[in-house]
Each structure stands twice: as structure tokens, then as C-alpha cells.
Design a binder for this molecule. Structure first.
Ligand code: AMP
Length: 184
């Protein structure tokens, strides 16, 4: 069976960078909802225009919108054949439920990249992305604790959770992740 994985962790934990490396090494499709939304914004689609306001404020795009995008992407042949690594999704309990409906047992692993609030705040202040104002960073971290952190117990209950220390060099973190994925 093709590998089905999600990567959890606060924004600024290094998820995106590591997800790209994992996709490259293991041949799975990297699906980043943040990247998909940023493309929609760049293309100026109606959905993109609505999402931009929420993204700039650090708010979440509604579940039904995100679930629709992800459902469509997961149904494509490259994902069905090659497997997937979802990055930035699920972010709420409603998204987690939807995901189980989309892929069921194809979801085998939840990688939680663990980095403290203080460290991710410093990293986000330094990276200077368009939606990285101090207010939106604070808002995203607050939403993470309220909406996304509960997904750790959801993943644990499904027996798929592995916590990885996200501190240290990019290569060290990747090596830690690889050990976990190789074990599947
Ligand atoms: P990211 O690139 O994952 O940091 O996402 C950037 C922004 O896109 C977030 O702050 C949200 O506004 C929005 N976003 C990305 N993924 C999701 C998601 N799964 N649910 C809701 N909003 C999302």
C-alpha cells in the first residue's frame, strides 16, 4: 500500500521544509494546503480572494472550503498510486474527521514535529513571509493550541502518532523523521 502520512506541528516548526524532503526521498506527493491557498491567491480566483483576508489575519479558512480542496487533490491518480504527505492539514477536528472519510486506513502515520512556542515565534519573525505580522503570528499560535493541538490525542487514539524533536539542524531533524518512516 502507498504511504499515507500527515505532518503536524506549529507554524515555523520546519514542517514545510521537512515535508518537501520526505516527499523527495519516499516518492509520496507533498500536499501543502498553505501552498495551494497561496497559489489560489496568486491566480486571483474567487476562493483565493476570500482566503487572503483570513490568511493575512492569521485566521483559518473554513473547513468546508479546505476539505473540498483536499478531497479533490487526494482523488488524483498520482496520490492514489504514490501516496501522500499532507502538510498543514488537518488543522481542526472537523478536518481530521473529513480526512478519515477520504482516506480511511490509507492514513498510516502522523508525524508531530515538536518545537516550542518561543522558538517558532523567533523563526517566524525572522522569515518575513507576507502573512507574518506579529498579530497574525500570535493569532495562528493561539488557533494552533485551540484547534490543532487536540489532533495530537486524535492521532494517538488512532495509534498513528509519533513525536519528533524539531530542534537542531535540518539534516538532523530529517534523519529523525526518516528513522520513523523507514520503520513502517
Ligand atoms: P501555512 O502555509 O500552513 O502556514 O498556511 C498559511 C495560512 O493558510 C494559514 O494561516 C491559514 O490561514 C491558511 N490555511 C492553510 N491550511 C489550512 C487549513 N488546513 N485549514 C484552514 N486554514 C488553512
Amino acid at each position: 500500500m502507498a504511504l499515507g502520512m500527515i505532518i503536524l506541528g506549529r507554524q515555523g516548526s520546519g514542517k514545510g521544509t521537512q515535508a518537501a524532503r520526505i516527499a523527495h526521498r519516499y516518492g509520496v506527493v507533498h500536499i501543502s494546503t498553505g501552498d495551494m491557498l497561496r497559489s489560489a491567491v496568486a491566480e486571483g480566483t474567487e476562493m483565493g480572494l476570500e482566503a487572503k483576508v483570513l490568511m493575512d489575519a492569521g485566521d483559518l479558512v473554513p473547513d468546508d472550503v479546505i476539505n473540498g480542496i483536499v478531497d479533490e487533490r487526494l482523488a488524483k491518480a498520482d496520490v492514489v498510486d504514490g501516496g501522500f504527505l499532507l502538510d498543514g492539514y488537518p488543522r481542526t477536528p472537523g478536518q481530521a474527521d473529513a480526512l478519515v472519510g477520504f482516506v480511511g486506513e490509507r492514513l498510516q502515520l502522523a508525524l508531530n514535529l515538536d518545537v516550542s512556542v518561543d522558538v517558532v515565534t523567533e523563526r517566524m519573525m525572522a522569515r518575513g513571509r507576507e502573512d507574518d505580522s506579529p498579530e497574525s503570528i500570535a493569532r495562528r499560535l493561539q488557533l494552533y493550541e485551540a484547534e490543532t493541538a487536540p489532533l495530537l490525542s486524535w492521532a494517538e487514539d488512532r495509534g498513528i502518532l509519533t513525536v519528533i524533536d524539531g530542534l537542531g539542524g535540518e539534516n538532523d531533524v530529517f534523519a529523525r523523521l526518516s528513522v520513523v518512516i523507514d520503520a513502517i
